[in-house]
Design a protein around this ligand. Structure first.
Ligand SMILES: [Zn+2]
Ligand SMILES: [Zn+2]
Length: 136
């Protein structure tokens, strides 16, 4: 059971329309539409697990990433703005509101405008059988 699979393009982040799976083994293998959000992202810079705050955006937040992260980790979402569609992702050193779906290591970027994201999929356990699946 040490086998893991990593998401297409090192993981996808996105707004509410891309599903954020509950099960650890669900991952994005690259041929899905809409994509599946990665539920196991980790920051390569600060080493923290990336948190996803659903139905919120960070529009207008002027503080530091660490300040926001500390608040959110304490359950305080008062610096975020409720949103019908967006999802905020954050670690200790970086935050981003996802308004559209994007991979962590996309292949087709404009290097002039591309802002790299320091998060990478840490892998998902391979679903092993036999096990009980819902409704089966
Ligand atoms: Zn992943
Ligand atoms: Zn970080």
């Amino acid at each position: 059971m040490n086998q893991v699979r990593t998401c297409f393009q090192s993981g996808q982040i996105g707004p509410q329309e891309i599903r954020y799976p509950e099960a650890a083994w669900e991952y994005d293998y690259g041929a899905l539409h809409p994509r599946v959000a990665c539920s196991n992202l980790k920051c390569t810079l600060c080493g923290e697990a990336v948190e996803a705050v659903h139905l919120h955006e960070s529009h207008g937040f002027a503080g530091t990433p660490e300040g926001l992260w500390t608040q959110v980790m304490a359950g305080d979402l008062s610096s975020l703005t409720p949103s019908m569609a967006a999802r905020v992702y954050l670690c200790r050193c970086f935050f981003k509101t996802a308004h559209y779906t994007e991979g962590m290591t996309p292949s087709d970027v404009d290097p002039e405008r591309y802002e790299p994201i320091p998060w990478r999929c840490q892998g998902h356990p391979v679903l092993s059988l036999p096990m009980t699946l819902d409704g089966v």
